[in-house]
Design a protein around this ligand. Structure first.
Ligand code: ADP
Ligand code: MG
Length: 697
């Protein structure tokens, strides 16, 4: 016992537990509700609830919670104990079918973007039977969706499930046309690679900025950063290795297939990648992963930073969203295949993605937009804010040949007729060379690299699923009417390539030349969150999401409000934290240090009038100039903050933060960082970058 395989999923109410604990007919009902979305009847729900409770109690659980994902992007839970009173002042442990299927948290404090007036504060949660219940810290957690009484989604799970349904419906329509009679469903799969930083708890607690905002707002460059590239894939320090071991074990118990753990480019930066799974489960698992990381780090005296840009001048953290589409018969639709028919099908699904990325580049940018991620995108360490797609030269060559009816291949060049010819094989490693692309085809899946490390992956996958569903819908509409399927298909693919090839870019995405080239191609370059978010409610986007029943217009508008609102809030907290650090810690410390130096200089000259005190006097002069300048910048930032109140709506406020508050923060930082490099390290009120980044020995 106690091996990895025994422990894997030991805290999960999964198929094998259900099979052994549920009567056959109830088990079958649960399977049906998982596979076909059929609601359990109340008798079956009661049986499931009872079995779940008994299992959970045997595992030491005393409470249950509907575990859900409000629009904050993190998870929420409210614990209820299983106890119910019985005669004689005693209690029994109880959990009803009704409690399993539906909960009613008082939801008034969750952001709703105006969807729910506070007088109808109660939302309801509904069990998502496709994601297993699990036990975490003695609590039975039931993955649920969270809606208002009007039925509007107040969470991240509901739209994700709807988008999976949309792509399922359209994907099956297209597959029917290729004669795949046995396919009854398609589902998207995701493997998110999670980056994070680990620092020592003692340095974390001495940094107000990390404590309040998750990132450093000041900090002079350390003598050594990541320039030697000696951290990437380097030997893992023993403390970190212990953390990773415990993290893996905890995640395995929860059924999360944590697979690889390694060091990343920046000092103190690491990555965890799981084995991919169905998208809604991957989203749940990624939430669990982020939560466990933070908790287990604490147990080891460290803090896990999930912020997209905790340190200026050092790589930030992202989350590569590896995404693919496969059938219930186990075929990956982005695998080129061996026969002309398989190749044709592959090309059409590939086109669906190319078109989706081009048509909805704005939505792909919006779904990764946040104050934190704005620091990363376009900073020559992560993909630019411009959305494009990388296919690799072989594949682009094939598309070129189809588009222009020109021969393709090595010695025996031939014309490629879709559905007739076999595509040449392209070795997988040639497809994954370009790390600068925001959206790369990597052999049999796509890797969306703009996602921020702290973000829920639900939003990005909602956009991907729905946008690709829309391409597929259009293709099915055309091809279902076609008299000659093969030539209609060839023509369709050629048209899509012609129309959307501007989104394909195989070059260096970090290059300035690409910014100009992208502009020439008419691609969007939405640098900051307030630039991107207005596109949310563009007519074509409302049409997309309402057509596929993923978001209603009201739900979209709510999300638009929330994105802007949280952008403003983050910047406000950052600005206030900077001011607090400036007035209460930094200026007093710098001034005291200058005073100390002046005193020393005086004492030295009193002792010996011609003594050289140029270090002291020069530093006092420079520091005094800098403290005066920092105070001026501090007041300018305060003044900028005063102007926020005058903005008439959230968009104006967000733009104001971007144009006025953020630059004021940057200029203040520049002055303070210079002060730091002049001050006595012992007198500086906060641990330096060097101390933080190399704090885990
Ligand atoms: P690397 O990027 O390090 O070369 P891989 O590309 O093999 O490694 O895998 C990276 C991530 O992509 C992993 O989380 C993996 O599970 C995931 N992945 C692999 N195949 C698929 C797929 N068909 N669908 C979704 N994710 C996938
Ligand atoms: Mg990868």
């Amino acid at each position: 016992m106690n091996t990895v395989t025994d422990n894997f999923g030991s805290m999960v109410f999964n198929d094998s537990v259900m099979r052994s604990r549920l009567p056959k007919d109830v088990f079958r009902q649960v399977q049906r509700s998982m596979n076909e979305g059929k609601r359990l009847d109340s008798a079956a729900a009661t049986v499931v609830a009872n079995a779940m409770k008994d299992w959970a109690i045997e595992k030491g659980a005393t409470h249950f919670t509907h575990w859900f994902q409000p629009m904050t992007g993190i998870t929420a839970e409210k614990h209820d104990s299983f106890i119910a009173p019985v005669d004689g002042g005693k209690v029994i442990m109880e959990f009803s079918g009704k409690e399993l299927i539906q909960g009613e948290p008082d939801a008034s404090s969750f952001p709703s973007g105006g969807l729910r007036a506070t007088f109808e504060a109660r939302g309801y949660t509904a069990w998502d039977p496709t994601s297993y219940a699990f036990i975490k810290d003695g609590v039975l957690c039931i993955p649920t969706a969270f809606c208002s009484y009007g039925g509007e989604a107040l969470d991240k799970k509901t739209p994700l499930l709807r988008s999976m349904e949309a792509i399922n419906k359209q994907g099956v329509r297209v597959l029917r046309l290729f004669g795949n009679a046995d396919v009854t469903a398609v589902r998207t799969t995701v493997g998110p690679e999670q980056e994070y930083f680990l620092i020592d708890q003692s340095v974390f607690e001495r940094r107000k900025d990390l404590l309040y905002t998750g990132r450093t707002l000041f900090g002079a460059k350390p003598p050594k950063g990541q320039e030697l590239d000696d951290h990437y894939f380097g030997a893992i320090k023993p403390r970190v290795a212990e953390f990773m071991k415990e993290l893996d074990e905890e995640l395995w118990k929860l059924g999360v297939m944590a697979k690889t753990e390694h060091n990343e480019a920046a000092p103190a930066q690491h990555e965890l990648a799981p084995i991919y799974t169905t998208t809604n489960i991957a989203a749940d698992h990624n939430q669990l992963t982020m939560e466990r990381m933070q908790r287990i780090a604490r147990k080891h005296g460290m803090v896990c930073l999930l912020h997209e840009k905790p340190f200026a001048g050092v790589n930030g953290s992202g989350k590569h969203n590896n995404w693919s589409l496969s059938t219930n018969t186990g075929v990956n639709l982005f695998e080129p295949g061996d026969t002309p028919a398989e190749n044709a099908q592959f090309l059409l699904f590939l086109c669906a993605v190319i078109q989706a990325v081009d048509d909805y580049q704005d939505m792909l940018r919006i779904c990764v937009a946040s104050a934190g991620n704005d620091h990363r995108l376009g900073a020559a360490e992560a993909p630019p804010a411009i959305v494009s797609i990388f296919l690799g030269e072989e594949l682009e060559g094939i598309l070129d040949a189809i588009e222009n009816d020109t021969p393709y291949g090595g010695k025996e060049k031939e014309l490629i007729k879709v559905g007739v010819h076999v595509l040449p094989k392209f070795p997988k490693d040639t497809t994954d060379r370009n790390r600068t692309s925001p959206f790369a085809f990597t052999g049999n899946k796509f890797e969306f690299r703009m996602v921020g490390s702290s973000q829920s992956i639900s939003g990005p996958n909602v956009v991907l699923n729905t946008a690709v569903a829309e391409s597929l819908r259009q293709y099915a509409d055309v091809l279902e009417q076609a008299a000659d399927f093969e030539s209609a298909l060839h023509e369709l693919i050629r048209d899509v390539i012609r129309k959307h090839k501007r989104i394909i870019f195989n070059g260096n995405g970090y290059d300035d030349a690409w910014v100009r080239e992208a502009e020439r191609r008419g691609l969007l370059n939405l640098r900051a969150t307030p630039d991107a978010v207005p596109y949310y409610t563009a007519e074509k986007n409302i049409a997309l999401f309402t057509r596929h029943k993923v978001y209603s217009e009201t739900e979209l508008r709510a999300r638009y409000e929330m994105k802007l609102d949280s952008y403003c809030k983050v910047l406000r907290i950052e600005a206030l934290t900077m001011l607090d650090m400036l007035w209460r810690d930094i200026l007093p410390a710098a001034s005291a240090f200058a005073g100390k130096l002046a005193k020393t200089a005086n004492e030295k000259t009193a002792l010996c009038p011609d003594m050289d005190v140029s270090y002291e006097s020069e530093t006092v002069r420079r520091l005094s100039a800098l403290t005066a300048s920092a105070a001026v910048h501090g007041r300018a930032l305060e003044k900028a903050m005063d102007g926020v109140k005058q903005q008439e709506n959230t968009l104006a406020a967000a733009r104001y933060y971007r144009d006025r508050v953020f630059p004021a923060m940057q200029s203040l930082r520049t002055v303070v960082d210079e002060m730091e490099s002049l001050c006595d390290a012992k007198d500086w009120p906060f641990p330096s970058y060097g101390e933080i980044l190399f704090s885990v020995k």
